[in-house]
Design a protein around this ligand. Structure first.
Ligand code: AHR
Length: 330
């Protein structure tokens, strides 16, 4: 059966122009799409009932993203938000989505923990005529037009940016890749982007499920299995922070004996960069709750919205200052 796959790679090509637009005006997008459904929402003064299924609380990035969503989908801003944390379990997310159907919300927003396995519930949401806004990660489904719009980062580009820094600064690196949750868009696309640049240098890989504890455990195993590895590419800051603990426990110096490149740029990650334990951090900005709120308002009103909105990211090396880290809002 033909799958309706929506990947960052597809978005990335179309997003170049829109990213310039984003840099100029703080919002942005590519090809337009018309919203579907919207059943009886709140334009004209009523509140918009939103069911939001967050995938978990696995990382500093996720905590910051949740805070941004909750700070913007407020009563004062016209929303009646039901927020459910799925604790990194797809079955919990599917249950929450079904509950949202039963509650008759105006809009369903969710951040899918992995890409596949959503066909049935997405079809049910569609049959209930409730518009879907995808947040952060993406889906791979046989359902036609499974969502109205998506907002998130270009994970493939993040991987490419990390790979280009490694290629330029450590072209002979022996790399261990500390992957995120297997089957998530953030894992598959960061891996794809990174390996398109320095794939030949990767000597080992394992998943740390985007958490500090599992990142530490995976690094401990990797230090034993790949004694000559000298660079870790961690798919997020938290796993990189776990790697620091594992490396220091062996008496080696993170950032020197074993270089560490990560993605996210949350305050703890940037602190490790200032402390010279991380070497390079590609940003994945979680604070897009304001843009999400605007999109949901338009979707609920049945207005035209862009099919995708790419959140703009930066990248940081060890030249950032302590003042910069202290002023970080996430
Ligand atoms: O989907 C975004 C990723 O999910 C972030 O990079 C990571 O920290 C989080 O767990």
């Amino acid at each position: 059966m033909r799958r309706n796959t929506f990947t960052r790679t597809m978005v990335a090509a179309a997003a170049t122009v829109s990213m310039l637009t984003l840099a100029a005006c703080g919002g942005g997008s590519d090809d337009p799409a018309t919203t579907g459904g919207g059943g009886g929402s709140s334009q004209g003064g009523d509140t918009i009932k939103v069911g939001f299924s967050q995938l978990g609380a696995e990382s500093g990035w996720r905590t910051a993203n949740t805070e941004s969503v909750k700070a913007n989908l407020t009563k004062e801003n016209g929303f009646d938000l039901t927020f459910v944390d799925a604790q990194q379990k797809q079955e919990n997310q599917i249950k929450a989505l079904r509950d949202f159907i039963d509650q008759g919300v105006d809009v369903i927003a969710f951040s899918p923990v992995i890409e596949t396995g959503w066909d049935e519930v997405l079809q049910d949401i569609k049959d209930a005529d409730i518009p879907v806004v995808l947040v952060d990660r993406t889906v791979d489904t046989t359902v036609a037009d499974p969502f109205v719009t998506w907002i998130g980062a270009d994970f493939t580009k993040e991987g490419v940016t990390a790979g280009e820094w490694v290629k330029e600064n450590h072209p002979d690196a022996k790399i261990f890749e500390l992957q995120g949750t297997m089957g998530s868009g953030a894992q598959t696309n960061r891996q794809e982007g990174f390996r398109s640049v320095v794939g030949d240098n990767v000597i080992g890989e394992a998943s740390g499920n985007f958490t500090r504890a599992e990142g530490k455990a995976a690094t401990e195993a990797a230090l034993a299995a790949y004694p000559d590895m000298d660079l870790i590419f961690a798919h997020n800051d938290d796993m990189g922070l776990g790697a620091i603990e594992a490396i220091e426990a062996t008496g080696k110096k993170p950032g020197v004996d074993i270089k560490i490149v990560t993605v996210d740029g949350v305050r703890d990650g940037l602190q490790a960069l200032v402390d010279k334990k991380f070497n390079y951090v590609v940003e994945c900005n979680p604070a897009f709750g304001d843009q999400l709120a605007e999109l949901i308002k338009k979707v609920a009103a049945g207005e035209q919205v862009e099919k995708s909105t790419i959140v703009v990211d930066e990248a940081f090396d060890q030249t950032i200052t302590q003042e910069f880290v202290d002023s970080r809002t996430f």
